[in-house]
Design a protein around this ligand. Structure first.
Ligand code: GLU
Length: 316
């Protein structure tokens, strides 16, 4: 494939769009893709695409190529060849090995034998608080100081989060401002390698953002509450912390967030300029002075949006 040379990135800016190939892009994912592309272009930086295909049971064969084709049709071509997470297991293993070798007076990463049912039972017995998204906060059953695996076979690897105040992560989001999450009560010790042997999203994304030199993560707001786990991992692994910008989610006509789970339709690309124009309208708050011009070509639309995004940056 013919690939353009990466543009100069004076500030060293490197951004990325990291779709999971669980189906074609829909209107909501195009908004996230455009936001990351606009931010990279407005900074004179490089824009990368990473196919996040670690969760193989959820991946749809061929969806990666469909997504790359949809992006290209919308004028969004990455400045470097895309990478596929499924080919990067050695990097995730090296990070797990480093976590296992860390010594902070206790083991940060430890094997866990608990199934979902075990965790639910422990909650019933102890009445612990629940995490969001229906996922239960891990009660710490297999922490070494609680007796480890209790004679059961290891299933997954978990990463300890500091208890109490030490586990409160405070960070700045470029749109949402100051954010805070108490890892201990909001998520608990989380999985970095799953019981089915697959790498967990949290570990893979942190390793890849660092390995690819990503300076700015721009992604949908639904991912905001993963950021503190990713910061915890970056701090433990001694990796640089990118800046974060979480973009507004797009609601469908029924008022619900657009997602593949609730059946959002694949992008209509019969008229890419019209599709991109609609997606840009969802980002209007970040595009001061921009208005959708009737009849503008795709490249005109994109150029005017880059200029407006840059004005927005200067205005902040
Ligand atoms: N692969 C994730 C998704 O499609 C995005 C990860 C990220 O941008 O950090 O939801």
């Amino acid at each position: 494939m013919n690939r353009p040379a990466p543009p100069a990135s004076p500030g060293g800016y490197r951004g990325r769009f990291a779709p999971s190939p669980t189906g074609p892009l829909h209107a909501g994912s195009l908004v996230a893709a455009l936001a990351s592309w606009l931010d990279a272009r407005a900074h004179g930086g490089a824009w990368l695409v990473r196919i996040e295909d670690v969760d193989t049971p959820r991946c749809v064969p061929g969806a990666d190529e469909v997504i790359l084709g949809q992006l290209a049709a919308c004028g969004l071509t990455p400045d470097e060849p895309p990478v596929w997470q499924s080919q990067r297991g050695h990097l995730y293993q090296a990070a797990l090995d480093r976590l296992l070798a860390l010594d902070g007076g206790h083991r940060w990463a430890y094997p866990c034998a608990c199934s979902r049912a075990d965790i639910a039972r422990a909650h019933e017995l102890a009445g612990h608080p629940k995490a969001r998204h229906g996922e239960l906060v891990y009660p710490g059953t297999c922490r070494p100081e609680n007796g480890g695996l209790h004679g059961r076979p290891a299933r997954a690897w978990r990463l300890r989060v500091p208890d109490g105040q030490a586990g409160v992560i405070t960070w700045h989001d470029r749109r949402l401002g100051l954010q805070q999450q108490a890892l201990g009560t909001a998520v608990g010790d989380f999985v970095v390698k799953r019981a089915d042997g697959l790498w967990a999203y949290q570990l893979a994304v942190v390793v890849d953002d660092a390995e690819q030199g990503i300076t700015d993560v721009v992604r949908g707001e639904d991912l905001t509450d993963n950021t503190p786990r990713q910061l915890h991992l970056q701090r433990l692994l001694g990796l640089p912390e990118p800046r974060y910008l979480h973009t507004p989610l797009v609601n469908g006509d029924n008022g619900e967030k657009l997602s593949k789970q609730n059946g959002a339709a694949a992008l209509d690309l019969t008229d890419p300029a019209r599709t991109v124009r609609t997606a840009l309208m969802a980002l209007a708050a970040s595009l001061p002075g921009w208005s959708p011009t009737d009849g503008a070509s795709l490249s005109e639309l994109l150029a005017s949006a880059v200029a407006a995004w840059r004005n927005g940056l200067n205005a902040r």
